[in-house]
Design a protein around this ligand. Structure first.
Ligand code: PEP
Ligand code: MG
Length: 612
C-alpha cells in the first residue's frame, strides 16, 4: 500500500490546534505528518450460504499459509528490535501462529464453511464471536481492571488474525512504512502491533493515532522501540492535511497541530534536551552505581505488576529489590493457588538472569483492598484504624494457609535463580520467629515430596516499617537475614501521619530527622549484625535523598525502574565524605525543610560526572 501525506476530506482549520491523547511512549518530536492509509478489503456478502465449501476451504488454507509465511517474515525481523520489543512481539507472533494452527478458531471457521458461507464471512464471524466471548464471558461478570485489559488484548488478537486472513483471502495489500520520508511523524487511524514492529525507529520521529490505548501490545512495542507516541488522539485525522506540521509529546499525550513559530521553537529545545537526556541515561545503564569516591552501591527495581518487567530490564537495575505480590490478589475472585503463583514467579526469576529477586509475601490490610481476600472473609474488617490493625505479617499469621501457599510457591520457583523472601510489617521478634518456623516447615514438606528446592532455603528478611522494628533491629537481625527499610510506612508510623490522607500531607515527610534517625539506627544495627540493609520506599527514588541515605549507612536501594538512571547519575556525582557530612547535619536538623534545603544545595554544587 502506498503511503501518502493525507488530504483531509474537510479543510483543516488554520492556526495552532492542541489535541490530547493517551501518552504511551515518552519523548518529544517535531516534524511533518505522514498519514499511512490502508486500503479496505472489498465488502463481504455475509448472508451467502450457497458457497462451494471445498473451494472455500482451499481458499482458507491458502490464506492461512500466506499468513503463516508473513508472520515468519515478521519473526525474522525480530533480531532488529530492541530486546524487550523482541520479547513482546515474539510472544505475540507465537499467539498468532497458534491461532492459525489446529485451534478452536480454525475449527469454528471450518464449521461455518460447511454451512456454505464465504471464507471471508466465516473468518469475520468466528473471530468476532471469539473476541466477544473474551470481553463478556458467558455466565460470568465482565472482567474488571487488569483482567479487562487482558481481555481486550486477547479480543484484539482474535480480531487482528481475522483481519490478516481476510486481507489474504481478498488479496488486499498491507500498508508499508518504507516510503515514509525520514523524520516523519506517522499518523494513522490505528496501528496494529505487527505494523508497529515494522517501524524503523531511526527514521520515524513519532507516532500518533486516532484510536488505541496505552496498555495494548502496540503501546508496549512503541515504548520498547523508544518512539515518542500518543494514541487515541481523537479528532487528529480531521486536523491533519498535506505537510501538516506536528509537535508530539509522548510523556503528556499532547499533540500540537500546526504549531506557531513560538511553540515550534520551544519544542525544538525540548527535543534537543530529550535527546541529550536519553543518550546520557542510555550510557548510564551499563555503568556501575559507583560514588565518585569509588564505593559501589546496589540499585534494584520495585515491581508492582509483571508487565513492568521490560522497564526493569531497560533501567539497568541489578535485580528486583521489592516484588509487591499484592497484584496476585487484585481483580480476582479466587485466591491464587500454589501452581498459579509458581507459574507467575518463575518467568520473573528467569527474566532477571541471575540477578536476585526479592519477593515480599502479600501485605494486605491498611489502605489496600482485595476482592479475593474479602470474599473469603480476610482483610480490612472495617477497623476504625486499619493501618494499626491486622495487616501485613499480622494478617498472614492469622491465616497461615495463605502464608504457607505463598512460601511453597516461592520455594518451588527458587531453583530458577537467586530469590529472597521478605516479610511485611513486622514489629515483633515473635512474628518473625513464627513466620520462620512456617517457612522451615513448608521447606521440609516440599523436600519430603521430592520437590527440588534450594538448600539452605533462600534468605528470609523483614521490612523495617515501624518505629518498633527500627528501634529493635539489632534483636530482629539475629533472625532476619536481610532488612529492607520501607520509608513509606516508617514515615507514616513515626510521624503519626496517614500516608494517604491529604489533610496531613504536610506532616508526612520522609526527610524528617525523626525518620532519618530511625534509618540510621537500622543501618548501624544491620552493619553490627552483618545483615544487608536496603531502602525500598519512595525515598529511594529521590536522586537528592539517596546520597544522604548513603551517608546514613545504606548501600542498597530499590525503586521504581524509571528512577534508576537518575538515581545512578546522582550517585556517580557524589562523594562518600560529603554523604557522611550531610548525614551528620541532617540528623541534627530540626525539620524536614532544613534537610531538604541542604540536599538541594549539595545537588546544586555537584559537577556532573564524565557520563553526563
Ligand atoms: C514502604 O512502606 O515503604 C514499602 C516499600 O511498602 P509499601 O509501599 O508497599 O507499603
Ligand atoms: Mg509498606
Amino acid at each position: 500500500m502506498k503511503t501518502t501525506e493525507r488530504r483531509p476530506k474537510q479543510r483543516p482549520r488554520a492556526g495552532e490546534v492542541r489535541l490530547e491523547g493517551q501518552p504511551v511512549s515518552s519523548g518529544v518530536a517535531i516534524g511533518y505528518a505522514a498519514v499511512a492509509h490502508e486500503p479496505a478489503p472489498p465488502p463481504v456478502d455475509m448472508a451467502r450460504r450457497d458457497c462451494d465449501s471445498a473451494h472455500e476451504r482451499t481458499r482458507l488454507h491458502d490464506a492461512i499459509s500466506r499468513s503463516v509465511a508473513q508472520l515468519g517474515r515478521l519473526h525474522d525481523r525480530l533480531a532488529l528490535l530492541p530486546e524487550d520489543g523482541q520479547v513482546e512481539i515474539g510472544s505475540l507472533l507465537e499467539v498468532y501462529r497458534r491461532m492459525l494452527g489446529p485451534s478452536r478458531l480454525r475449527r469454528g471457521i471450518e464449521a461455518r464453511l460447511e454451512q456454505g458461507m464465504l471464507a471471508e464471512a466465516a473468518v469475520m464471524q468466528e473471530t468476532e464471536t471469539l473476541a466477544a466471548l473474551m470481553l463478556v464471558p458467558p455466565g460470568r461478570p465482565a472482567p474488571q481492571g487488569e483482567d479487562a485489559v487482558a481481555a481486550r488484548r486477547r479480543a484484539g488478537e482474535f480480531r487482528e488474525i481475522g483481519r490478516r486472513l481476510v486481507r489474504n483471502l481478498s488479496g488486499t495489500p498491507y500498508r508499508s512504512f518504507s516510503t515514509l520520508p525520514d523524520g516523519a511523524i506517522l499518523v494513522a487511524e490505528q496501528l496494529r502491533p505487527a505494523d508497529a514492529a515494522l517501524i524503523d525507529p531511526s527514521r520515524i520521529a513519532a507516532v500518533v493515532t486516532e484510536e488505541g490505548g496505552s496498555t495494548g501490545h502496540t503501546a508496549i512495542l512503541l515504548r520498547a522501540l523508544g518512539i515518542p507516541a500518543v494514541l487515541a488522539a481523537h479528532g487528529l485525522l480531521a486536523q491533519v492535511g498535506r505537510r501538516t506540521r506536528l509537535v508530539v509529546d509522548g510523556a503528556t499525550g499532547r499533540v500540537i497541530v500546526r504549531p506557531s513559530s513560538r511553540t515550534a521553537a520551544a519544542a525544538r529545545v525540548e527535543v534537543a534536551s530529550y535527546a541529550r537526556e536519553r543518550q546520557m541515561l542510555g550510557r548510564l545503564r551499563r555503568l556501575p552505581a559507583r560514588l565518585s569516591s569509588g564505593e559501589v552501591l546496589t540499585l534494584q527495581a520495585n515491581l508492582e505488576i509483571p508487565a513492568e518487567l521490560p522497564m526493569v530490564a531497560q533501567s539497568g537495575a541489578a535485580g528486583i529489590g521489592l516484588l509487591r505480590s499484592e497484584f496476585l490478589f487484585m481483580n480476582t475472585d479466587t485466591l491464587p493457588d500454589e501452581e498459579l503463583q509458581e507459574a507467575i514467579y518463575l518467568p520473573l526469576i528467569e527474566a532477571m538472569a541471575g540477578d536476585p529477586v526479592t519477593i515480599r509475601v502479600v501485605d494486605w490490610g491498611s489502605e489496600k483492598n482485595s476482592d479475593a481476600l474479602s470474599r473469603v472473609g480476610i482483610g480490612n474488617g472495617g477497623d476504625a484504624n486499619p493501618a494499626l490493625a491486622v495487616r501485613g505479617i499480622r494478617l498472614l499469621l492469622q491465616h497461615r494457609t495463605l502464608l504457607e501457599t505463598q512460601f511453597a510457591a516461592i520455594l518451588r520457583a527458587a531453583h530458577a535463580g537467586p530469590v529472597r523472601v521478605l516479610l511485611p510489617m513486622v514489629s515483633l521478634l515473635e512474628e518473625l520467629q513464627a513466620a520462620r518456623e512456617i517457612y522451615a516447615r513448608v521447606g521440609r514438606r516440599l523436600r519430603r515430596r521430592g520437590v527440588k528446592i534450594p538448600d539452605p532455603l533462600p534468605p528470609l528478611g523483614i521490612m523495617i516499617e515501624t518505629p518498633a522494628a527500627a528501634l529493635m533491629t539489632d534483636v530482629l537481625a539475629q533472625e532476619a537475614e536481610f532488612l529492607a527499610i520501607g520509608t513509606n510506612d516508617l514515615t507514616m508510623y513515626t510521624l503519626a501521619a496517614d500516608r494517604a490522607a491529604t489533610d496531613v500531607a504536610a506532616l508526612y515527610d520522609p526527610l524528617h530527622p525523626a525518620v532519618l534517625r530511625l534509618v540510621r539506627m537500622t543501618a548501624d544495627a544491620g552493619l553490627r549484625q552483618r545483615r544487608p540493609v536496603s531502602v525500598c520506599g519512595e525515598l529511594a527514588s529521590d536522586p537528592q535523598a539517596v546520597p544522604l541515605l548513603v551517608g546514613l549507612g545504606v548501600r542498597s536501594f530499590s525503586m521504581h525502574a524509571s528512577a534508576v538512571p537518575r538515581v545512578k547519575r546522582a550517585i556517580r556525582a557524589a562523594a562518600m565524605d560529603d554523604c557522611r557530612r550531610m548525614a551528620c547535619r541532617a540528623l541534627e536538623a530540626t525539620d524536614g525543610q532544613e534537610v531538604r534545603a541542604m540536599l538541594a544545595q549539595y545537588a546544586h554544587t555537584l559537577q556532573p560526572p564524565d557520563d553526563g
